[in-house]
Design a protein around this ligand. Structure first.
Ligand SMILES: C[S@@+](CC[C@H](N)C(=O)[O-])C[C@H]1O[C@@H](n2cnc3c(N)ncnc32)[C@H](O)[C@@H]1O
Length: 147
């Protein structure tokens, strides 16, 4: 099982991933960070921020706690653990805009491999730190910089 962090531009890195090496893409590309204003971004709980209410079972996610966020768009690992299950066990999840790395931690905890790509240096440091805290050094691959 491998967990790779590519430090670089997703648009460059994606061109070099081998064909058919990814089973699921789970991504939140840059957006307005959960609100139009600074107070909207920070005043709501994680469920209100990330789960759209509506009918049907599409949003019927189990309860999940919040986290002490390292960054404003950080997703709770518990919710990502549910989402990575769309990938077959042992398969590879790709997160092209990795952010804080919650998808990578979730992939590891659910027995999926992981390719993350993060352009921001500070964010990439956070991802590396979080993945290294979970993984043995043999499982972790640091690639890049790939600009
Ligand atoms: C909305 S955040 C992702 C949040 C992430 N799901 C989490 O749980 O933390 C988008 C991320 O994309 C990164 N980014 C922006 N442009 C990028 C690019 N061209 N290639 C790779 N990463 C990029 C930003 O630095 C930011 O960390």
């Amino acid at each position: 099982m491998t967990y790779t962090l590519h430090r670089g531009d997703a648009l460059t890195v994606l061109k070099f991933l081998p064909d058919e090496s990814i089973n699921a893409v789970i991504t939140t590309p840059p957006y307005n960070s959960g609100g139009r204003t600074s107070s909207e971004r920070t005043s709501r709980g994680v469920r209100a921020k990330y789960v759209t209410s509506g009918s049907g079972s599409a949003h019927d996610l189990k309860p999940f706690p919040g986290e002490n966020c390292l960054r404003v768009t950080q997703k709770p690992v518990e919710i990502m653990q549910q989402l990575v299950q769309i990938c077959p066990e042992g398969g590879a999840v790709l997160a092209p805009f990795t952010g804080s790395g919650s998808t990578g931690v979730a992939a590891f905890r659910e027995g999926r491999q992981f390719h993350g790509v993060e352009l921001g240096l500070r964010h990439a440091d956070i991802v590396e730190q979080r993945l290294r805290a979970e993984l043995t050094k043999d499982d972790f691959v640091l690639a890049g910089p790939e600009a």
